[in-house]
Ligand binder design. Structure first.
Ligand code: PRP
Ligand code: ADE
Length: 179
């Protein structure tokens, strides 16, 4: 059941203090990928959330780089496509770019302008929501491309950083919350 799946996921997340910089407690999701049962549990939980709340979706957009690990598997469950939102300078052809700050730095992300058609219903996925800077930048990017943003999904939400407050107008769903 869903409780067991969440418990398995929680037991699969490791923490590393002072990575990548002093004072940061880094939540490492790599053991979820190493264990196929845990990985399936994550995709199952995302799928059932979307089927219950947003049955009509056209596209999943994943955030560079750890959103790429979960997004394609989820898109396959719905028989829909996956598109990449990447750190600046990685995508060829015409792109749209926004800059943002995150828990431990600053960056710019971009999307190919033909990735999303106007009005398409898009779900954004990443591994983790910290300050919400990255997810908010992704929302801004997709809004500029006239996408209809349906929901923002993450495996982990670091609740004290209040990232969800930055995304007020969009539903945020986390499989796990950490204090
Ligand atoms: C991490 C994480 C999220 C973001 C969350 O990615 O995977 O994308 O930070 O932080 P925020 O909510 O404060 O914006 P990072 O930029 O470290 O890139 P990576 O996935 O390539 O390691
Ligand atoms: N991205 C931003 N903050 C993070 C954290 N504390 N652990 C893992 N990824 C992160």
């Amino acid at each position: 059941n869903e409780g067991d799946k969440r418990a398995l996921l929680r037991s699969s997340v490791r923490e590393f203090l002072d990575f990548p910089s002093p004072g940061i407690c880094f939540r490492d999701i790599t053991p979820i990928l190493k264990d196929p049962t845990a990985f399936s549990a994550a995709i199952d939980l995302f799928e059932s959330y979307l089927r219950d709340h947003f049955p009509k979706i056209d596209l999943i957009a994943g955030l560079d780089s750890r959103g790429f690990l979960f997004g394609p598997a989820l898109a396959q469950r719905f028989g829909i496509g996956f598109v990449l939102i990447r750190k600046k300078g990685k995508l060829p052809g015409p792109t749209e770019c926004v800059s943002y700050s995150l828990e431990y730095g600053k960056a710019e992300i971009e999307i190919q302008v033909d990735a999303v058609d106007p009005g398409q219903k898009v779900v954004i996925i990443d591994d983790l929501l910290a300050t919400g800077g990255t997810m908010a930048a992704a929302c801004e990017l997709l809004k500029r491309r006239n996408a209809d943003i349906v929901a923002c999904l993450v495996v982990i939400e670091l609740s004290p950083l209040k990232g969800a407050e930055k995304l007020k107008s969009y539903p945020v769903h986390a499989l796990l919350q950490y204090d």
